[in-house]
Design a protein around this ligand. Structure first.
Ligand code: URA
Length: 238
């Protein structure tokens, strides 16, 4: 189920705001009924007509971007900063699947398929996100264990996670490791390490589900391959 105004906008017909306006004006029907209530959700198979005409059929597009630092993961930015959308050459209304911070690099999926987007970010599917993290200080075994068992951030305990490939730099007094999480809470990785006294100095997402940065350069974008799409979808059926 998806919100009607979003389904209309995702078809490329108009913006979400315009879609809401059309709904309020009584110009949208779902399975023959006029729907004016904003926020109404519709199923995939619903017959949606706008001013009596069906929505344009959307060609879905799926991309993976090696996001560089210095880009926001939104479709527009009120501060006028560059966005990840600027890096993908398409006229479709695509958006990122989840977010990476302005100063975080790595794997970012983008699509115009709203259902796929929801599937990928829903916490119940527990899709693994692997980050290469550099933190201040030398991370002790007990601290890694504490992090992986779950700690409280923003009043809620994090789900189990895994830490591997721990490397110490005793000259700089920093640690580099991989953290694998299955949630996607706001600033989750930074907050987790901050909470145990190891501020993050560098963050890169090296894997989203089965998608890695293999063979990609920073800033590069490519289409997802059909088998990758299939495998990503399969992760949600487990
Ligand atoms: N966790 C963070 O803190 N930042 C990101 O960009 C991604 C995960």
């Amino acid at each position: 189920m998806e919100r009607l105004h979003k389904v209309i906008a995702d078809s490329g017909l108009c913006s979400r705001r315009k879609a809401e306006k059309l709904m309020l004006e009584g110009k949208v029907t779902v399975d023959g009924e006029v729907v004016k209530t904003l926020g109404t959700k519709v199923s995939k198979n619903a017959e949606i007509l706008v001013e009596g005409k069906p929505l344009p059929t959307v060609e879905y597009e799926y991309y993976v971007l090696y996001k560089p630092e210095g880009f926001v993961s939104t479709t527009s930015d009120e501060k006028g900063r560059k966005t990840v959308i600027d890096l993908v050459h398409t006229s479709s209304r695509i958006y990122p699947v989840g977010r990476l911070d302005y100063d975080t690099s790595g794997v970012l999926l983008l699509t115009n398929d709203g259902a796929f987007n929801q599937e990928m970010i829903h916490p119940k599917h527990k899709i693994e996100k692997e980050y290469q993290v550099t933190v201040e200080g030398l991370l002790r075994k007990e601290t890694s264990l504490k992090l992986s068992r779950g700690i409280h951030i923003d009043g809620k305990k994090t789900a189990r996670s895994r830490i591997r490939n721990v490397e110490y730099n005793t000259q700089k007094m920093t640690t580099r490791c991989h953290l694998i999480i299955t949630e996607g809470r706001y600033h989750q990785v930074k907050k987790m390490f901050e909470q145990v006294g190891h501020p993050v100095t560098k963050l890169k997402r090296i894997r989203f589900g089965i998608i890695t940065l293999d063979g990609m350069k920073k800033g590069e974008v490519r289409h997802l391959k059909p088998h990758e799409l299939k495998q990503l979808h399969a992760l949600t059926l487990k």
